[in-house]
Write a protein that binds this ligand. Structure first.
Ligand SMILES: *Cc1c(COP(=O)(O)O)cnc(C)c1O
Length: 377
């Protein structure tokens, strides 16, 4: 076994993320999916997820097998009927564009309001669009657009949508659990997230917190069987079971991860650690000579986009390999406006890990013969 296989692997990515040993150990037990113990486990998770968003009375939690995108597609195609609904999609990155693609394929009617990848949608403009286009029934927002790491203004958009009498659906995949999403304070028909981001579970399931009244009205909207969240919800309410094979080990690990989240102080505690990681990362990168894509006031404490140095002496593939050898995994860029790479600050990592990453980064730059002046974009 190579030395680095025994070392802690640090995933500085948008997910899957570094998880706790206790979360991974929970997966050593096999569960019968129709067993009473697993039914109770499923029920507890649904309750805990609602509690995190203060939505116990107003919303129901619907779990769905698959990656986060499955949950997004399931929620949109369950809540938006092709006949009765029209969505306004707020887009400033790849996840917003993915939502557009989902709507196109499903035949859901929509308009888009697209802003550059480094600027959030303007709530006043959204208000204006809603005023002049009465056919819109739903606004769809990505809370933290993981493409760049930008924080979009959830509260402002929620207020504008509510004032216009429109429903709001939020892809909170990369923020839920670390940034406040409080459904007793903001009006949202649905909030979508997954196990393997800020809640630090392992990948394999997503979930949506959906207003009870909306779920009740959504029967028959779905265009697929397996992503029909009305059916999944109705079956789970009636039997306590999942309709089709659940990712049993992932579900068990998820409960453990949620308990660890609670122990850390819930959303506030987790958000604090990620913010500390992010500030350390930003100051360390800048001290080395890197520039970041976003201005600091738009940066969510989730993932940082670094502008690619223009000099040929800097080679990202080489840097990736050198850091990977030391157990540190970086992530390629995704913004379309310029070349970049990304460094995450979420998962089971703390400022000591960030410091280690910065040290490894500094020696990798040294190995490559890169001087601070070679780091200008
Ligand atoms: C990660 C993520 C998703 C889901 O991606 P999957 O690869 O399907 O898990 C959706 N939206 C956002 C904003 C994300 O960060």
């Amino acid at each position: 076994m190579a030395a680095n296989e025994t070392q802690k692997q640090i995933l500085l990515t948008p997910g899957p993320l570094t998880t706790l040993p206790s979360v991974k150990e929970t997966m050593l037990r096999d569960w019968g999916s129709r067993d009473q113990a697993f039914i109770e486990l499923t029920a507890r998770i649904r309750e805990k997820l609602l509690a995190i968003a203060d939505a116990t009375e107003s919303h129901s939690c619907v779990l769905v097998q698959g990656s986060g995108t499955f949950a997004v597609e399931a929620t949109l195609t369950t809540l938006l009927s092709r006949e009765d609904h029209h969505a306004l999609l707020l887009i400033n990155g790849a996840y917003g564009r993915r939502i557009q693609r989902i709507c196109e394929i499903a035949g859901i009617e929509f308009d888009t309001y697209e802003t550059p990848e480094n600027s959030p949608p303007d709530a006043n403009h959204v208000a204006e669009l809603l005023r002049t286009d009465p056919k819109t029934t739903h606004v769809v927002l990505v809370h933290c657009e993981t493409t760049s790491g930008i924080l979009n203004p959830l509260e402002e958009i929620a207020t504008v949508a509510a004032n216009a009498g429109k429903k709001l659906i939020v892809d909170a995949m990369s923020s839920f659990g670390a940034l406040p999403v409080n459904l007793s304070e903001i009006d949202a028909e649905a909030i979508i997230a997954s196990a393997n981001k800020c809640l630090e579970g392992v990948p394999g399931l997503g979930f949506a917190l959906i207003e009870n009244t909306a779920l009740q009205k959504s029967k028959g909207n779905a265009s697929t069987l397996s992503l029909d969240l009305h059916d999944q919800w109705e079956y789970m309410e009636r039997t306590g079971q999942w309709r089709f094979t659940p990712p049993t080990h992932v579900v068990a690990a998820f409960e453990r991860a949620i308990n660890e989240h609670e122990k850390e102080g819930g959303v506030a505690g987790r958000g604090r650690r990620y913010s500390e990681n992010c500030s350390r990362l930003l100051s360390g990168l800048k001290a080395l000579g890197f520039e970041t894509f976003l201005s600091d006031n738009l940066q969510a404490p989730i993932i940082v986009t670094v502008r690619m140095p223009a000099s040929d002496i800097f080679n990202f593939d080489k840097l990736y390999a050198l850091m990977n050898d030391q157990g540190i995994v970086l992530y390629p860029g995704a913004v379309t406006e310029e070349k970049s790479f990304r460094v995450g600050c979420i998962g089971q990592v703390d400022v000591k890990d960030i410091d280690r990453m910065l040290n490894v980064l500094e020696s990798a730059l040294d190995t490559m013969g890169v001087a601070p002046e070679n780091l200008a974009p």
